[in-house]
Design a protein around this ligand. Structure first.
Ligand SMILES: *Cc1c(COP(=O)(O)O)cnc(C)c1O
Length: 353
């Protein structure tokens, strides 16, 4: 696993997962990405979601780090609390052109349950091996916090601190966190977050920027800063693809509501591995991503609140992972753009990129 900023040594999967951010402030990416042969796609075609997840995650995790038997057990345990073993795919129109992939049948009713359950179980597995503890600090505008709280509940090696902008998330989701009633989960409502979740993302990034504090408190993140979340989200794309195309090789389009861009990035990783898919990037009026793709400009705007609060995000930080992939894993392109944002408040990408 390499940092998108390329200024620290590569680490193994367990380290990438436990650290969250890379030591240079970048985000971890698997490198090089596995390329899937036609044969492999053929073999995967008929698998259910759980078995497919074992195959896909097996591409990213060396069996010397997590033996296949353990990976299989961890994934089974993660999916056990789900109401449905396979996410349903329902038609949106009569002629079979549009479908919706329902990923929200987990314990807290958001799609984040899928990746979060797997990530936190993997972390717990590594902590057990190292006889260690971890404090998870995360920013949530509604869905991440409950999913993390549920997955972390009663895991003795993990303390979980979901931060939410007070008064800006749904009362149901606030209650999912504040009434969970376990000792190791401590939800915190933070006042004065004019930019909602983005203000909290800044707090979290600063905590992680303080190397001493980070070490002393054993901090890590389960926002989609964590590569474990992003990798698990590649499975959705493989699964829907195999269910919906008539023959392998056909192109399938995904319309993805994008906030921090983590789920989209999972799709881009699947595409880079050889799955013939394309994307529609859906945002609300917080349209940083729309400007990137239509004008080639990354510029942070101020937050506007909307009904779709899960994507009220003006800094889609997983975009740096996307840029890293699209620039053939060249950290200098990422660093140059980050510098431009820091110095001028905006970065510009040329047409080719
Ligand atoms: C988290 C979330 C999103 C955004 O996902 P990203 O990976 O942050 O882009 C979109 N919709 C819902 C309902 C969510 O919970």
């Amino acid at each position: 696993y390499h940092s998108t900023r390329g200024r620290c040594p590569a680490v193994s999967f367990d380290q990438a997962l436990l650290q969250g951010f890379a030591a240079d402030g970048g985000l971890f990416m698997p490198h090089p990405l596995p390329r899937l042969s036609q044969d492999r796609l053929d073999q995967w075609k008929h698998l259910g979601y759980g078995d497919l997840a074992k195959e896909v995650m097996g591409c990213f995790i060396d069996s010397s780090i997590v033996p296949r038997r353990d990976l299989s057990r961890l994934l089974d345990q993660s999916f056990a609390p789900f109401a449905k073993a396979d996410p349903p795919i329902l038609p949106l129109d009569r002629d079979g052109q549009s479908w919706v992939l329902e990923l929200f049948h987990g314990p807290t009713l958001s799609f984040k349950d899928i990746a979060m359950g797997v990530l936190i179980r993997l972390m717990d597995y590594f902590l057990d091996q190292n006889n260690d503890q971890l404090s998870l600090i995360l920013a949530t505008t509604g869905d991440t916090g409950p999913a993390a709280a549920y997955a972390a509940a009663d895991r003795k090696r993990i303390n979980c601190w979901p931060l939410f902008p007070a008064g800006m998330i749904s009362p149901e989701q606030e209650l999912q966190m504040t009434t969970i009633g376990v000792e190791n989960v401590s939800p915190v409502g933070v006042r004065g977050c004019r930019n909602g979740g983005d203000d909290l993302d800044r707090v979290v990034a600063r905590l992680f920027g303080n190397a001493q504090l980070r070490k002393r408190l054993k901090l890590s993140s389960v926002n989609s800063i964590n590569i474990g979340r992003v990798l698990m989200q590649t499975v959705h794309y493989f699964y829907a693809y195999f269910r919906l195309v008539r023959r392998l090789g056909e192109t399938l389009y995904f319309s993805i509501p994008a906030g921090a861009f983590g789920n989209f990035c999972g799709g881009e990783i699947a595409r880079s591995m050889g799955l013939p898919i394309r994307f529609i990037c859906a945002t609300n009026k917080n349209n940083t991503l729309h400007r990137i793709f239509s004008e080639g400009i990354f510029e942070k705007m101020s937050l506007q609140r909307s009904l779709s609060s899960a994507i009220d995000i003006v800094v889609p930080y997983n975009f740096w992972r996307f840029l890293y992939l699209r620039s053939n894993a060249d950290p200098e392109i990422v660093n140059r753009s980050l510098r431009e944002v820091e110095q001028r408040g905006r970065a510009r990408f040329d047409d080719e990129l």
